[in-house]
Design a protein around this ligand. Sequence first.
Ligand code: 0X9
Ligand code: ZN
Length: 326
Amino acid sequence: LSISGYACYRTVEETYASAQNLVSQYPNLATWSSIGPTWLKTKGRGGYDMNVLKLTNRSVTGTKPRLVITASIHAREYTPAELTTRFAEYLLSNYGKDADVTWMLDTQEVWLVLQANPDGRKKAEAGASWRKNVNDTQACSNGLYGADLNRNFTFAWGNGGSSTDPCNETYRGVSAGSEPEVQNLQTFLKSAFADNRGPARTDAAPATTPGVYIDIHSYSQLVLWPWGDTTTVAPNGTALQSLGRKLAYFNGYTPEQAVGLYPTSGTTDDFAYGELGVASYTIELGTAFFEPCSTFTGTTLPQNQAALLYALRVARAPYQLGSGPD
Ligand code: 0X9
Ligand code: ZN
């Protein structure tokens, strides 16, 4: 960003260029590929491909547990994309130097959607306080068109904690999974994680579910886990809480079931857990949508990099920490 004191936050173009540089520098460890077009791109009005940066030592073959991260699905939340890009740079630059990192990239995979809402992000970068995507099919006199991508996922869509008003900041969209960004992310999550469980809310996922999913937002210093739409404890609730509290140990944030913040539905984490049985979390970074670079590099980055490294370490058995698999 060109704002003084905030130059550490890469734009969409800078983030994509950094990812491409990593692939050139580490061709055996990194790939960068499209998961589909944004809303603007589907309309032929500019826009972007949404891309995933995949990290693992490709010389070590076989099925590997996965840590999947989506960042900055809310456009004005800049910190998550930068944290996630730095996490990739940390892992790659330490491969072959740090034994722990080397083991993790040999035996696990890291799948990163660095910019989960690039159309919206560009509006934010142009000066708007923008949260949603830029779907302007339904006009808004307040100027706040678009769907809240974190209310448009298909699991329990429309089940409270989202708005039916197209001009509201938590507008759920015209139908479940109506937005191209959400369709791309859902297909992507399904490609990352085999369906370990039916969509029934009451089925616990197997203890061996091989992976962890984290959707990163800013702000509020929270570690959240499903469900977001009900105070009912999830079938894997005790285990979700155990890992959530461990993540919170590393970043110092408050761990709680997502509904404890406020009710939501159609969210990323409820989809990944509810449809696929994946141990899923939302982390809310820091105390602002983006904070001064000195705070980011001095506090938010080290605390949360430690939390993400821990998630990567335990990705092969996320439900077997502490209290067992429920
Ligand atoms: O409201 C949201 O989408 C998230 N907060 S934010 O300020 N970044 O907009 C919180 C979502 C919490 N609920 C679930 N993760 N289910
Ligand atoms: Zn958010």
